[in-house]
Design a protein around this ligand. Structure first.
Ligand code: FCB
Length: 464
């Protein structure tokens, strides 16, 4: 099925997304403080081939050409993240004017190009100094994050109206402190659940505080969740129970924590089981709840879950004993993730049903494929085009069925540092030559451009 622009609202945000550590580089420049990802990536054995974000896509030095590139593609929105330690090198306290200046320059360039900035405060790069004080496992993290959020609003609030707080708290909490495959690399279930709670509370606290700082009428605040449907591999009661528990840990813990200021009973049981119930004040969560103006939904794939009694709980789903994530049927991306666009529609319909009236933005969707094949000097990433096309078709159907989705952002603008997998996985619709930093639109970039121009599904690199 072809997909055309006229299947989306006329004021739809068509965007691309990135995050600070994955693209900026310049990690020691202009007063930036070190982060947990600097430390993690420099620890032998933590990332594929020892890759680090030291240079990444060198975006810190290429801000203007990169905004020009977005203009060429024709997006009207750009989601980026602010590096906490560029603004507050010590995590709290002193504000670094050169860090502020960089993001002001970025936002001004975006406005000049007619591109709406969508800022994310936290895309996983905690200032290292705060990890030294216990990081997200400590209750103080709520206050640290709130101070940073207030500083960001105070210094950039005249240029940014769409604010998202924490990107994918499940990943930050459970990959960072459960399985340990992400920074800070801990494997401690109690700490993972505490970190998750502190991130949820920090979201509410930050939104409440930011609303007091130079309010503008068009200010909008929300969190970004990567919602992954959890499907049992059979209809057996055991598989279904296992999938339901993964759904609770991955999705409902954060949907309900962020949108309702409560947790499902199963999460309370985990707090008990891991001995932290006394450190989680549910009354505080409920009283500090800040209503969301929007929810960012990141979607990539579906979790297929089986129950195997002998299997230990996966590190990233502590307490889900016997739950096993099995490879999906059908086509896979280079991440080993399925190509399952129907999960996006299913999730948007679910959120619409369970949390009616909440504006949604798909703030990440995209795919990594081995896309070395060049045709006439252009990376011919037919697989990525197909992936995007299938997901946009499902999105259009969801909107037609009543989901209030106001924007779609391709992950990612640029090939970049894919966390523990380093530069081995490329998500960009723009190819980045790792050695030279040279950028070139892939065929998917031309395809996205043509779609936004209302020129239908062409993907020819005709007018480069
Ligand atoms: C998401 C992250 C993003 C990127 C994509 C592939 O979970 O938010 O930074 O790594 O996955």
């Amino acid at each position: 099925m072809d997909i055309t622009r006229d299947r989306f609202p006329s004021d739809f945000l068509w965007g691309v997304a990135t995050s600070a550590y994955q693209i900026e580089g310049a990690v020691t420049e202009d007063g930036r403080g070190p982060t947990i990802w600097d430390e993690f990536s420099h620890t032998p054995g933590r990332t594929r081939d020892g890759d680090t974000g030291d240079v990444a896509a060198d975006h810190y030095h290429r801000l203007h050409p990169d905004v020009a590139l977005m203009g060429d593609i024709g997006v009207n929105a750009y989601r980026f993240s602010i590096a906490w330690s560029r603004l507050l090198p010590d995590g709290v306290g002193r504000v670094e004017p050169r860090g502020v200046a960089f993001y002001r320059e970025l936002c001004e360039a975006l406005h000049a190009a007619g591109i709406t900035p969508v800022a994310t405060l936290y895309h996983w790069d905690l200032p290292a100094v705060l990890q030294g004080r216990g990081g997200w496992g400590e209750r103080d993290s709520v206050e640290w994050f709130t101070e940073y959020a207030v500083a960001a609003k105070a210094h950039l609030g005249d240029l940014v109206a769409l604010w998202t707080t924490i990107n994918e708290p499940w990943c930050a909490a459970f990959l960072g402190h459960g399985s340990g495959v992400h920074a800070p690399g801990l494997s401690d279930p109690a700490c993972a659940y505490l970190a998750a709670h502190h991130m949820v509370l920090a979201h509410h606290s930050a939104v409440g505080a930011m609303r007091q700082v130079s309010p503008r009428r068009d200010d909008r605040f929300g969190a970004v969740l990567n919602l992954i449907p959890a499907r049992p591999v059979t209809t057996s009661a055991a598989d279904t129970r296992a999938a339901d528990l993964v759904d609770v840990i991955h999705n409902r813990q954060f949907l309900e924590g962020v949108l309702r200021g409560t947790y499902p009973a199963e999460i309370r049981e985990m707090h008990q089981r891991f001995g932290i119930a006394g450190r989680i004040d549910l009354a505080e969560l409920s009283s500090r709840r800040a209503p969301s103006d929007l929810l960012g939904v990141n979607y990539y794939n579906i979790n297929h879950i089986a129950y195997r009694p002998e299997a230990p709980a996966p590190g990233e789903y502590p307490g889900a004993d016997g739950a096993v994530i099995v490879p999906p049927p059908g086509r896979l991306t280079e991440m080993g993730w399925g190509v399952e666009p129907e999960g996006l529609g299913w999730m948007l319909d679910r959120v619409t049903r369970e949390h009616p009236g909440l504006p949604l933005y798909v703030l990440e969707n995209g795919a990594a494929f081995p896309d070395d094949r060049m045709v006439d000097g252009v990376v011919d990433d037919a697989n990525r085009i197909e992936y995007l096309r299938l997901h946009l078709a499902v999105l259009a159907d969801s909107i037609a069925a009543g989901a209030d989705v106001r924007g779609y952002f391709v992950w990612s603008l640029l090939d970049n540092f894919e966390w523990a997998l380093g530069y081995s996985k490329r998500f960009g619709i723009v190819a980045v030559d790792q050695a030279t930093g040279h950028r070139a639109l892939k065929r998917s970039g031309f395809w996205y451009r043509d779609l936004m121009r209302g020129q239908g599904p062409s993907s020819q690199p005709a007018s480069k």
